[in-house]
Design a protein around this ligand. Structure first.
Ligand code: FES
Ligand code: FES
Length: 159
């Protein structure tokens, strides 16, 4: 199949098999290996991407379904100059990652949350990220990192 789509704001096209997942196409056809495979069955959130502004497990979506959609992956989270997103900086500063397999998925999901809700409560963050599993960090550092990034983004808006 020939698929035309938009990835991280740029037109993109690729060839894929009819049964190939979008996760596989991103990694194997487009070289966007920032999106990770954990479980491969929709349980861990490591493969999270945005599709038309909704967080989706790319391991559960067929690559052919990307046609005409707007897709954002972890590769598009930093700004065009390469400056890290506040969430990326906060994850580093709060030591919110260890092995890193879950990290791109958390970052994509957390970015989506902060674009919907600039001042989420801890409960709202935990609820939103409930589909993202981490077997290393214990979650508290991840929540602190999201809170820190949210505060930084809010502060940047008022200055
Ligand atoms: S790899 Fe897709 S949800 Fe785990
Ligand atoms: S940092 Fe290892 S699974 Fe989250």
């Amino acid at each position: 199949m020939h698929v035309e789509t938009t990835i991280n704001g740029e037109p993109a096209e690729f060839l894929c098999e009819p049964g190939q997942t979008l996760l596989s196409a991103l990694r194997d056809e487009l070289g966007l290996t920032g999106t990770k495979e954990g479980c491969g069955s929709g349980d861990c959130g490591a493969c999270s991407i945005e599709v038309d502004s909704r967080v989706v497990c790319s391991c559960l979506m067929l690559a052919g379904e990307a046609a005409g959609k707007s897709i954002n992956t972890i590769e598009g989270i930093a700004d065009v100059s390469g400056r890290l997103h506040p969430l990326q900086r906060a994850f580093v500063e709060e030591a919110a990652l260890q092995c890193g397999i879950c990290t791109p998925g958390f970052l994509v999901a957390a970015k989506n949350l902060l674009e919907r809700n600039a001042e989420p409560t801890e409960t709202e963050i935990r609820y939103w990220l409930a589909g993202n599993l981490c077997r290393c960090t214990g979650y508290d550092k991840i929540i602190r990192a999201v809170q820190k990034a949210a505060a930084e983004i809010r502060a940047a808006r008022v200055t």
